[in-house]
Design a protein around this ligand. Structure first.
Ligand code: ADP
Ligand code: MG
Length: 320
């Protein structure tokens, strides 16, 4: 007997809530932000074939669907509270649902982020999560705060997810162990939630890298009315990516996408505090450039040669 909509919700997506006043089961959920906090809200929509490959294991998909949303909260310096899940499924496949829920809740529990509601419908495989977080009023990290003279930082490493995608496309080939590592980066990104919160009051601007480093930094530059100069070589990359041809390294780090690292700016006088925040969060950060008065992004190659300016980001309506 096929699983009905309400049995499916009961069995896979109904969990007791601790922080919310009301979770799954009524017409609305009720969240309780602490006094003096602002609610931070973000939505991401993931479509099969567009944002994920049909070959991805369901538990990894469950992880990633929430991870990309938590990454947005991280970029704002917000603490996760809860989320809603919109799910469109071709059929109620229990093995798939079990894996998906396992990956989803494992990450949710690590971040104290409760599933409080959603909607379930039959249709092409698609997942839309809206996440809710809280941040002390006026302290959210925004894209608009970068100032000339600030340092530009990036957390973790860039480019592995893109390298994995190119491997799936057949454009590069990697030994099995290397492929597993970059595939994990693509399918199991770790949202930098602790780092985002630790950077409140230190970083002047922040964004998470979903569409590619250069493009996402570009959003910060435009919103802040500034520019930036950085050296391509300074961008942090994994040992696996560092073994690829230089051209691929540059492409993957600068415009790769799906990294879910934080790019942020901070005054040069606060380098020690940035380092302390990174240590506290247990995430390495690398200083990669500086903010200039002149608008645009300048990427320098060997011997300070201008490699590229204003690299483009992934755009669903412009990128083939
Ligand atoms: P309504 O008709 O009022 O929109 P539904 O009948 O669609 O409500 O859903 C019943 C309850 O189950 C609601 O509390 C809703 O938030 C919850 N729900 C539905 N789908 C999901 C899901 N995928 N994950 C979590 N909760 C869900
Ligand atoms: Mg409904």
């Amino acid at each position: 007997m096929a699983l009905g909509e309400f049995e499916l919700i009961d069995k896979y997506f109904t969990r007791p809530v601790r922080r919310a006043a009301l979770g799954v089961g009524d017409d609305c959920a009720l969240l309780v932000p602490a006094p003096g906090m602002q609610l931070a809200v973000s939505t991401d929509l993931l479509i099969e074939g567009r944002h994920f490959l049909s070959t991805v294991l369901p538990d990894r998909l469950g992880h990633k669907a929430l991870a990309v949303n938590l990454s947005d909260l991280a970029a704002c310096g917000a603490r996760p509270l809860g989320f809603t899940l919109g799910l469109s499924l071709p059929q109620p496949d229990e093995a798939w649902l079990e894996g998906f829920a396992r990956g989803l809740f494992a990450l949710a529990e690590r971040h104290g982020c409760e599933l409080v509601g959603g909607d379930t419908t039959r249709g092409p495989l698609a997942i839309s999560i809206t996440v809710f977080g809280e941040v002390p009023a006026g302290q959210a990290l925004l894209r608009s705060g970068a100032r000339p003279g600030d340092d530009v930082y990036v957390s973790g490493t860039l480019g592995d997810a893109r390298l994995a995608l190119e491997m799936f496309r057949g454009a590069v080939s990697l030994p099995g162990e290397d492929f597993d590592r970059v595939r994990r980066a693509m399918e199991l990104p770790e949202p930098r939630v602790a780092l985002g919160q630790a950077l409140r009051g230190i970083a002047t601007a922040a964004v998470d890298v979903s569409d590619g480093f250069a493009g996402d930094l570009g959003h910060v530059l435009r919103r802040s009315g500034v520019g930036a100069t950085l050296e391509a070589e300074s961008l942090p990359r994994s040992a696996v990516l560092a073994r690829q041809p230089p051209e691929w390294q540059r492409r993957c780090t600068l415009t790769g996408g799906d990294d879910y690292e934080l790019v942020f700016t901070a005054p040069a006088a606060r380098r020690d505090e940035v380092e302390a925040a990174a240590r506290e969060a247990g995430v390495p950060v690398t200083r990669v450039g500086r903010i200039d008065v002149e608008p645009g992004l300048r990427v320098l190659g060997p011997e300070g040669r201008l490699l590229a300016a204003d690299l483009h980001t992934f755009d669903h309506f412009k990128t083939p």
